[in-house]
Design a protein around this ligand. Structure first.
Ligand SMILES: [Fe+2]
Length: 443
C-alpha cells in the first residue's frame, strides 16, 4: 500500500509539473502566434489601404466619383476579409462607401485599442476584435481625405484557432510522452522498493529470500546490503533456535533426572513416571494423536510429579493413609510442579498436564476442581495411567493389586474420577497389549 502511495505521489507530482510547463508553454506560444498574426494582418491592411489611398488621390482631385467608386469596389472585391472600404473627405464624410447606405454619412472611428499610429495613418482594434485602418489621402502634401478600411476578425480567428490546435496537439503529445516517461521512471524507482518491502515482510515471517538487484545504483547497493543483512539474521536466528533447542533438551533432561530421583526417594514408586509414560503413550497412539503431541505427552508424564521434590519425606514416604493436613501438603505437588515448569518459557506447554493430572471427571479433584472436557486431555490420560500404576505397584501398607483388579477399579471410577471415553480406550489398549487377557473378566 505504501509503495503504491509513493508511486502515486511521484506520478501526480511529475504529471502536475509537466502539465504546468506544457500549459505555460502553450499560453505563451498561442499569445506569440496571435501577436505575429495581428502584426501581419495590420501590415497587410495598411498596404491595401495605402494602395487604395494612392489610387483614390487622383479621383478625389478630379472629383471623379466613378473613379473613387471603382477603387472601393476593386479593393472590397479582392479581399474577402475586408468588411468595408470607404473614401472620406477631411471631415470624415463618406464620399464613397462599400455599403451604399452609409454613403454621405459622417464616419466615426471605431472605439477600441489604438494599435499603431504613424505617417501611414492609424490602426484601431475594435472591442469585437475587428480592425479598422485609417489612411490619409494626400496629394502634393495636401490632405484630401481618408481611406477607411474595416477588416473582420475571421482571418485572425482562423489563424488563432489553427495555432491553438497545433499547440494542443503538441501539448497532448508531450503529456502522453511525459506520462509514459513517468510510468517507466516510477516503475524503475519503485520496483526495487517493492522488492525491499516484500523482503522485509518475508524476513519478518522468518522466510529466507535473496532479493533481486535491479540496478547498480543506490537502491541496488541498498538491496545488496539487505541481502547480506537478512542472510546474517537468518543464520543467527537458526543458531539461536539450535541453542534454545539444546537448552530445552538440557532442561528436560534435568527434570527427567529430577523426576527419577523423586521416584527413587520412595523405593515403592521407583520407575513410576516411566511406567505412567508407557501407559499414556499407548493411549495416545490409540487416540491417533500426532507424533509431536505424543512426544509432548511422554515428557509431560516423565515429570508430572516433579512438584513432589518439595513434599516432605514424612508425607511422601508415610506408610499408610494420609491425614487431612498431610493430604493437603501432598496435593500441593501439582502447583509446585507447575511453578518449577514455569521457570522455562519453552516448557509452558507441559503446565496443563502437570497442574491438572489429579482433577476428577466429576469436578471433585484438585487443585482447580475442573470437570469433564475442561480437564486438559494429557492430564486426563495421565490421571488414568497414574492410578493404574499406583494400584499395580506394591505399597508398604498393602500389596499390589492384579492388573485385572486395577482395571476393574478404573472401570468402576469411570465417569466419576476418570473420563469414560479415555477409560474405554485404556481398557481396549490394555487388552490388545496383553493378548489373552480376558476383557470378560472385567465386565
Ligand atoms: Fe501426581
Amino acid at each position: 500500500m505504501v509503495i503504491k502511495s509513493i508511486r502515486f505521489k511521484f506520478a501526480v507530482f511529475i504529471i502536475f509539473l509537466l502539465a504546468t510547463i506544457a500549459l505555460s508553454f502553450s499560453v505563451l506560444t498561442v499569445g506569440t502566434v496571435k501577436d505575429y498574426i495581428v502584426h501581419d494582418v495590420i501590415n497587410r491592411a495598411q498596404a491595401i489601404s495605402g494602395s487604395a489611398a494612392a489610387s483614390a488621390a487622383y479621383s478625389m482631385i478630379s472629383d471623379d466619383m466613378l473613379g473613387m467608386d471603382s477603387v472601393v469596389a476593386r479593393v472590397k472585391a479582392s479581399h474577402p476579409d475586408i468588411d468595408f472600404v470607404a473614401i472620406a473627405d477631411n471631415s470624415m464624410k463618406a464620399l464613397v462607401h462599400s455599403d451604399i447606405k452609409k454613403q454621405g454619412m459622417t464616419m466615426s472611428p471605431v472605439s477600441g485599442k489604438l494599435l499603431r499610429l504613424d505617417r501611414y495613418g492609424y490602426v484601431i482594434e475594435g472591442k469585437a476584435g475587428n480592425i479598422e485602418v485609417i489612411t490619409p489621402v494626400a496629394f502634393a502634401k495636401k490632405g484630401l481625405g481618408y481611406v477607411v478600411l474595416g477588416m473582420n476578425r475571421s482571418l485572425l480567428y482562423n489563424a488563432s484557432q489553427s495555432a491553438k490546435k497545433s499547440v494542443l496537439k503538441g501539448l497532448a503529445a508531450a503529456l502522453f510522452l511525459g506520462m509514459l516517461g513517468v510510468f517507466m521512471l516510477s516503475a524503475s524507482i519503485t520496483k526495487p522498493i517493492e522488492e525491499l518491502s516484500a523482503g522485509v515482510m518475508d524476513l519478518k515471517e522468518g522466510k529466507k529470500r535473496t532479493l533481486k538487484v535491479y540496478a547498480k545504483d543506490e537502491l541496488g547497493r541498498l538491496t545488496e546490503s539487505f541481502n547480506e543483512m537478512s542472510a546474517l539474521i537468518v543464520e543467527q536466528k537458526d543458531r539461536l533456535a539450535e541453542y534454545a533447542g539444546e537448552l530445552e533438551e538440557a532442561y528436560i533432561s534435568t527434570l527427567k533426572v529430577l523426576a527419577a530421583a523423586i521416584d527413587a526417594r520412595d523405593p515403592y514408586t521407583l520407575g513410576h513416571s516411566a511406567r505412567v509414560a508407557q501407559y499414556s503413550m499407548k493411549m495416545g497412539e490409540a487416540l491417533g494423536l500426532p507424533k509431536k503431541e505424543l512426544e509432548d505427552l511422554e515428557i509431560a508424564c516423565l515429570f508430572h510429579d516433579v512438584g513432589k521434590i518439595k513434599t516432605p519425606d514424612h508425607v511422601l514416604l508415610k506408610p499408610g493413609k494420609l491425614e487431612a493436613d498431610e493430604f493437603r501438603e501432598m496435593a500441593r505437588h501439582t502447583e509446585d510442579g507447575m511453578a518449577i515448569i514455569s521457570k522455562a518459557a519453552s516448557l509452558a506447554k507441559y503446565i496443563p498436564a502437570v497442574r491438572h493430572h489429579h482433577e476428577w471427571y466429576n469436578g471433585k479433584g484438585y487443585p482447580d476442581g475442573l470437570a469433564g472436557d475442561k480437564i486438559p486431555l494429557h492430564a486426563a490420560i495421565i490421571s488414568i495411567a497414574d492410578s493404574f500404576d499406583a494400584m499395580t505397584s506394591n505399597r508398604p501398607y498393602r500389596n499390589s493389586r492384579s492388573e485385572a483388579d486395577a482395571l476393574k477399579e478404573i472401570l468402576r471410577c469411570s465417569g466419576d474420577q476418570f473420563n469414560p471415553r479415555l477409560v474405554n480406550v485404556f481398557v481396549k489398549t490394555f487388552k490388545n497389549e496383553h493378548d489373552g487377557f480376558m476383557l470378560s473378566e472385567l465386565i
